[in-house]
Each structure stands twice: as C-alpha cells, then as structure tokens.
Ligand binder design. Structure first.
Ligand SMILES: Cc1ncc(C[n+]2csc(CCOP(=O)(O)OP(=O)(O)O)c2C)c(N)n1
Ligand SMILES: [Mg+2]
Length: 645
C-alpha cells in the first residue's frame, strides 16, 4: 500500500516547497530560501497556518522561513533581487491574501517574467465551492462564473494554474518547479489557491514530499549550428559581441573572456549584461545602445557581424534599431531560449552561454580581428573613459556654477563607485540614473551591477536591495533611488529594519521626474507635469517647489539617515555607511543634485513617438526631428548565413 500523509493543501504546499533543491555544475542548493507574505483572509488560515506550523516544528532543511513584507508588489521585487543575485538558482515564494493583496503582485509578476527571473507567486482565491459568495473582495462578472481577479496573472506568468481540488496539487507543483528551474522558460510562476482549498485536508502520497533536485543543465548547441556560426564570424571584418544578462546567469564570464582574448572581438554590454567583462579589460566597450558609450556605439555603427550572447535585444540595446548601421549587418545569437535567438533574423545558436562560447572559441581557432580594428576600438574606449573621469570629477567651472549644497549626479555616482568595494552591488531601476549608470559605472565584479531595465519599475530599488543583501551578506548593496522612485515604495525600509538587513540607500533628491522631464522636453511636451511643484495661481503645476523632507520620512521608517550637502560630506557619508554594523538595518544617504548637469552625450536615439499634428510649436519642431531620426531605423532582416553583400 502507498504510504500517505494527511495534510491540508496549505501544509502540503509548504512541505513540498521546503523539499525542493536545484543543482548546477555539481553544486546543490535549496530552491526556496523562504516565503514572503502579507496575510488577510484567503491565506491567514491556509498557507499562514502551514507556515506557522513549519516555524514551530520543522528543523534544518525542512524549514521554510517566513518574512513579513509591507507591500505585496515589493515582496515580489525582493524575491527577484534575491534570485537574480543567485544566478536564478534560488528564489522565494510569495503568499498574498484574496483580492487586492494578490493583485498587488501583478506588477512584480510582469517584472519577473520580462527579466526572466524565477519567482513563485501564491495568490489566494475566493471559495472554489462558491458556497458563501460573493465574499469580501470578490470580483463578479455577469458573463463568467469561474473568473477571478487572479486570472489577470495568466498573461504575466510563464506557468499558471488554479488548484480547485487537492488532487490537482501534485501536478501543479511539479509543473511550477519545471518552469521555475528551466533557464529558457523561467519567470513568474503562479499557483492560485482558493481559500477553502488551502484549508482542506487530503491523504497525500508520502513520495510527494521526498527531497527533489531540479538539475539545471547546460544545454549544448548543435555542433552544426556552431560550425555555421564560426563560418559567419570568420567572414567578419568588424565583429562585436553584445553581452546580455544570460552571460551572468550562465556564469559565462570566463568563457567570454577566453572568446574575446582568442579572437580580439570587442564587447558591448546591455544593462543586464554589464560587468560581463571587468572594467579595464582591453576589449571593453562598455554600454551599448541608447544609453551606450560613444566607443561601443561607434563600433556598433560599423559592425558587420554582431554576436548577441544572452540578450533579448530590447530597444535600448539597439537604440531602437539605429545603432547598427552597416547595411548588411548580420546577427549570430547565442541564447538558451530559441525565442530570443531568432530575433533580428539572427543565426540561432540555441544553448547555454558558457558551453556555447567555449565551443565557439574552439571552432574559431586561428581567427582574430586585425590590429587596426583592435587599435581603433581601444582609442575609442580611452576617449570615452576620459569623459567618465570628467563626469566623476567635474571641473571647477561646473561645480562653481552649482547652487549651494547641490552636487551633480555624475559626482554622486562617481563617489559611490570609487568608495565602494569592487564586490559591492550598485542597484537601480528607473529615472535618469539607470542610463547614467549604464554609461558611467565601472563594474569591477560579475555580480556588482544590478539595474532592472526590463520593466524599469519605479519602486523596485529598496525592496530588491533587501533581496540582494539576503542573497549575499558579504557585499554591501547601494540602492540608487530618485525622489520619485522613493515615494513609490519607501515601505520596505521597515522590512529591512525588522530583518536587520543592511542596505545603503542613496536617495537622490531633484524634485520630480528629471528623466521624464528631459524626455518630455525632447518630444516637445515642455516638461509638462513632471516636476514636484504646487499648483500655481494660473491653475497649473508650476508653483513653488514642494519641499517635502524625505530624509525625515526615511528616519521615521527606522532608517539611519545621513544628510549631505557637499562632495566631502558625501564621501564621509559613504565611508560611514560602509562602516555601519552589518546587521544594523538600512542606512539612507540623502543628497540633492542639480539635474541639469547631464552625463556625457552619445548622440544615440530612443524611439518614443511624437504627436503627428499639434497646436504647439515645440511639438511640431519635435515631430520634424522625430521623422529625421526615423530615417536611421533599420529592419535587421539580412539572413544571417546568407551573402553579406
Ligand atoms: C512604476 C512606474 N511608473 C512610471 C514610470 C515612468 N517613469 C520612468 S522614470 C520616472 C521618473 C522617476 O523619477 P525619479 O525617481 O525622481 O528619478 P529622476 O528621473 O528624477 O532621476 C517615471 C515616472 C516607471 N518607470 N515606473
Ligand atoms: Mg527625481
């Protein structure tokens, strides 16, 4: 007879999750570090009771620690920050109550799926039996009796299931783990759990709870594809690599280094791929695309073969398809997901980045770019690096022109870069800083740069910094957050206090949305509605600055706050923050900047449509400008293995 265990669905979920492991390259680790949650009806009794029972009685590897968050969107961000830092080998589950608690996780789900980061979401549902419906927070639709708000997770999840009967749970759980641990499929995985089902008991086969190891294998590309790819690369005069997040997730940095050193091919980096080559490497081109360096973009403009490694080719990477200007440019795409490998009519080399780069290096034996190409790339890079130096240390003319107590954003980024340890992590997500960081940050370690630019979600910064620090306590984490981003999601400072997690938040106050203000201006919309100003006498939002005290706000949430008003105070603050106790909770450095000192220009574009007709002069001018930029847009349709001419 099969041995069985009688547990509720909630208890079975918790017990199962605690028993899951991943293994790659012979290293084994727990898949779930724990479960974040906020309780309400729906999960307070079901999953909540199960987590309590686990906390009270489970020991060692059977534990699934519970952490109370402050906002459900934020707890998904924390899980994403953790999973990305762990190269997608480990993550967290997130439990939320019926209705708003669950739908608050939707933004987090989209962010995880877009960035290809595994998180397990457990939204609670209204009664599967419907006996007492409509219950509090239940959505009713006259046209569909089986619909719930949790159906909104379907388009945002890589796997979705609703467990309406206990018998459905085993296959739902196994499928959820399959997708979470598949590098080509991974993202948000959602198991919706109706509140009555969570509390229902069932006799489960004991084998369901046996420790289970999900092997994350390194998919090998087809040797025939490697051979064609090598042939295409050998035919190139001006090849370049574009390194994406897949380089990091596959731990392919050394394989990339070997590939570049054997071939002399230079490397541009996407936001997720930054740090693929350490700063200072002779083949470094830095950021490529809309927020790219002049070096990477000049090389890209003439590249005849572009080797994308682990990139999903976002518009920022290609400067909306304008950065690669060679009329016959061809793409060779190394990617574990065929979906991404096929982009831009690329030659699909479907496989793990590390394994594939190693195979390609062998297949390219004897091939190298010529010396003139190497020299050109290095000259371009040196010219850019001088601009970075000038942004980090602006001239007296620039600093003297600043109002009292203000710094430039470049100065702030430079100080954090120079005073942090090479292994410390810098983190950002939205506003003007991601672009400036992409251009200016000197990434000195493979896991030291974490800009979320798939969803570029304001409010990601503080919760994700907690996840990163939980993932690796040997690194300090610097969360760079604008005043707009801070106001979206300061709440998790309280969670950092609760868990005594040391994160260093650099809060850059510039009174509004500087990034969108600049964008608005360039599109002829005159910075409309982007400044934090009171409503003026003319009825418009152009009155006095709203001088709210964000430093006091952070202090009230339990953070240790340091306010700085000069470059030397900023230096001291960074040193003090680094010296703060490792388990002392969050430190916030509050600094005001002058947003009108910009990072060095790269002349690159980003396609944001301008109104075709308008009654405003500035919009009409912007539209003429827009049409001109559109001319440079390329379709990228050349067959990758075809004739280059
Ligand atoms: C959740 C969310 N809402 C809106 C946006 C659009 N958006 C991008 S940047 C930005 C302004 C960010 O302001 P702040 O954090 O102060 O940074 P700054 O632009 O001033 O550097 C906005 C509204 C977004 N990215 N995320
Ligand atoms: Mg701002």
């Amino acid at each position: 007879m099969t041995s069985t265990v009688r547990l509720t669905v909630g208890q079975a979920v918790v017990r199962f999750l605690a028993a899951q492991w991943t293994e790659r390259d012979g290293e084994r680790q727990k898949l779930f570090a724990g479960c974040f949650g906020i309780f309400g009806h729906g999960n307070v009794a079901g999953i909540g009771q199960a987590l309590l029972q686990n906390e009270l009685s489970a020991t060692g590897d059977d534990r699934l620690p519970y952490v109370l968050a402050r906002n459900e969107q934020a707890m998904v961000h924390t899980a994403v920050g953790y999973a990305r830092q762990k190269d997608r080998l480990q993550t967290w589950a997130c439990t939320a109550s019926v209705g708003p608690g669950s739908t608050n996780m939707l933004t987090g789900a989209a962010l995880a799926t877009i960035n290809r980061i595994p998180v397990l979401l457990l939204p609670s549902g209204t009664f599967a039996t419907r006996v007492s419906g409509p219950v509090l927070q239940e959505l009713e639709q006259p046209y569909a009796g089986d619909l719930t708000v949790n159906d909104a997770f379907r388009p945002l999840s890589r796997y979705f299931d609703r467990v309406n009967r206990p018998e459905q749970l085993p296959s739902a759980l196994l499928n959820a783990m399959r997708v979470l641990t598949d590098p080509a499929e991974t993202g948000a995985v959602t198991l919706a759990l109706p509140q009555d089902v969570q509390a229902e008991a069932f006799d489960w086969p004991a084998k369901l709870f046996a420790p289970r190891t999900w092997r994350i294998s390194r998919a090998q590309a087809d040797p025939a594809d490697i051979a064609v790819a090598a042939e295409v690369i050998r035919s190139a005069m001006r090849p370049m690599v574009v390194a994406g997040g897949g380089v990091h997730y596959s731990e392919a940095e050394e394989a990339l280094l070997a590939f570049c050193e054997h071939t002399g091919i230079p490397v541009g980096e996407t936001q997720a791929g930054k740090g693929s080559l350490p700063h200072g490497h002779p083949q470094e081109l830095g950021a490529v695309g809309s927020t790219g360096t002049t070096a990477a973009n000049a090389v890209a403009a003439e590249a005849d073969v572009v080797i994308g490694v682990g990139t999903r080719w976002s518009d920022f990477t290609t400067a909306s398809r304008t950065v690669f200007q060679d009329s016959g440019v061809r793409f060779v795409n190394v990617n574990v997901a065929r979906f991404d490998a096929a982009k831009h009519a690329g030659l699909e080399v479907v496989g793990d980045a590390r394994a594939t780069l190693t195979a390609l290096t062998e297949a390219l034996d004897g091939y190298a770019v010529d010396d003139a190409y190497r020299e050109r790339q290095q000259t371009l890079w040196r010219a850019w690096d001088e601009q970075v130096e000038a942004a980090y240390h602006p001239s007296v003319e620039v600093t003297d022109a600043l109002a009292d107590g203000l710094l430039t954003q470049g100065q702030v980024l430079g100080a954090v870069n120079e005073l942090s340890d090479p292994r410390d992590v810098v983190l950002c997500a939205a506003g003007s800083m991601p672009g400036d960081l992409h251009k200016l940050w000197r990434a000195r370690d493979r896991k030291a740069y974490h800009v979320e630019y798939g969803y570029s979600c304001m409010g990601y910064e503080i919760p994700a910094s907690i996840g990163i620090r939980l993932a690796d306590e040997s690194r300090d984490v610097f969360a760079m957050v604008g005043d707009g981003g801070y106001l979206m999601m300061p709440t998790e400072l309280v969670t950092a206090v609760q868990e005594r997690v040391k994160v260093i938040v650099v809060l850059v106050q510039n009174y509004g949305f500087h990034s969108i203000g600049s964008l608005s201006e360039s599109l002829g919309s005159q910075r409309f509605g982007t400044r934090y100003r009171a409503r003026g006498e003319d009825g418009r939002l152009d009155g006095d600055l709203i001088t709210i005290d964000l430093a006091a706000n952070a202090r009230s949430l339990g953070a240790h706050v340091i306010e700085v008003h000069s470059a030397s105070e900023l230096e001291q603050a960074i040193k003090d923050a680094k010296a703060a106790p490792a388990d002392g909770g969050p430190v916030v450095i509050h600094v005001e900047t002058d947003p009108f000192v910009f990072a060095p220009d790269n002349g690159a574009w980003w396609d944001v449509p301008v109104s075709e007709v308008s009654a405003i002069d500035s919009t009409q001018h912007a539209y003429a400008d827009y049409l001109e930029h559109k001319q440079a847009q390329r379709p990228f349709l050349a067959p990758a293995d075809g004739d280059a001419s």
